[in-house]
Design a protein around this ligand. Structure first.
Ligand code: HEM
Length: 231
């Protein structure tokens, strides 16, 4: 039975359709995380440090449960990444001599650049984790270190986003995320079997709205700090 399950998984991971379905499911899971994360960030916009700090403490106090959630997120992220490169290599191998016509007529700019916007997001996540989760660096130096050691999330973001270069870096990364989700969320439904033109049309509108809302939501904290709306 275990051998059968392993064979089934292997077949799923190696068929193009299976890869697309798994990418759709992991992408959907990560969008769920982003919606939760952006809602948590919004607590900083009240300007009262206690709001977001109490939320961050509650999450930390989850202990082992938090690690289960982190494990799931890491697994989804890695699977999505490995499958994206596998699919990209497979697509490249299927057309080794290049196109004889301009395929760009069919594919949108965002769909042709999913791998690049994805790489920007990967780099962003690595920098972001080193920044706020691991506290390995902070542009505001000793003040950031103190805030990090006290798990004063509010002070951490206010100190860092007061620096226009840091706020700008985050906004640029969020622009890559906007493009990635715009195309990814719109097309994942087709991978999951919803290919009716009416459903496709709805999915396109929904993905645009979601991508723009997430972009604005994530840019809100860096912008509010930079323009001194919160301090
Ligand atoms: C510009 C908007 C963002 C801000 C202000 C922000 C802020 C933060 C902060 C302060 C933490 C640490 C929380 C804590 O230690 O309690 C954190 C953790 C994290 N953020 Fe963000 N974030 C932003 C965007 C993003 C995006 C777009 C992603 C994913 C693509 C992301 C992924 C993560 C992850 C994976 C963690 C670690 C969660 C954990 O510790 O389990 N963040 N973020």
């Amino acid at each position: 039975m275990v051998a059968n399950a392993a064979r089934g998984l292997k077949a799923l991971f190696s068929s193009t359709l299976g890869i697309k379905v798994l990418m759709a499911l992991t992408g959907l899971g990560m969008v769920g995380f982003l919606v939760t994360h952006v809602s948590g960030n919004a607590l900083a916009l009240t300007g009262n440090p206690e709001h977001i700090n109490a939320y961050a403490k509650k999450l930390k106090d989850l202990g082992p449960l938090l690690w289960v959630a982190r494990g799931g997120l890491i697994a989804m992220f890695l699977a999505h990444l490995v499958l994206a490169f596998k699919l990209s290599a497979r697509n490249a191998a299927a057309r080794p001599v290049g196109y004889h016509f301009n395929s760009a007529v069919e594919a949108s700019w965002t769909s042709r650049h999913m791998i690049y916007t994805g790489v920007v997001i990967l780099l962003f996540v690595l920098v972001h984790l080193a920044h706020y989760t691991l506290g390995l660096w902070g542009a505001s130096g000793a003040a950031f270190k103190t805030a990090f050691d006290n798990h004063d999330v509010y002070r951490m973001v206010v100190l860092e986003f007061s620096n226009p270069a840091i706020a700008g870096l985050y906004v640029v990364a969020m622009a890559a995320m906007l493009l990635h989700i715009w195309h990814g969320f719109g097309s994942l439904w087709r991978s999951l079997g919803a290919s009716h033109p009416k459903l496709q049309e709805g999915a396109q509108k929904l993905s645009m709205a979601l991508a723009v809302l997430l972009f604005l939501g994530f840019c809100a904290v860096p912008s509010a700090v930079l323009f001194k709306l919160i301090k």
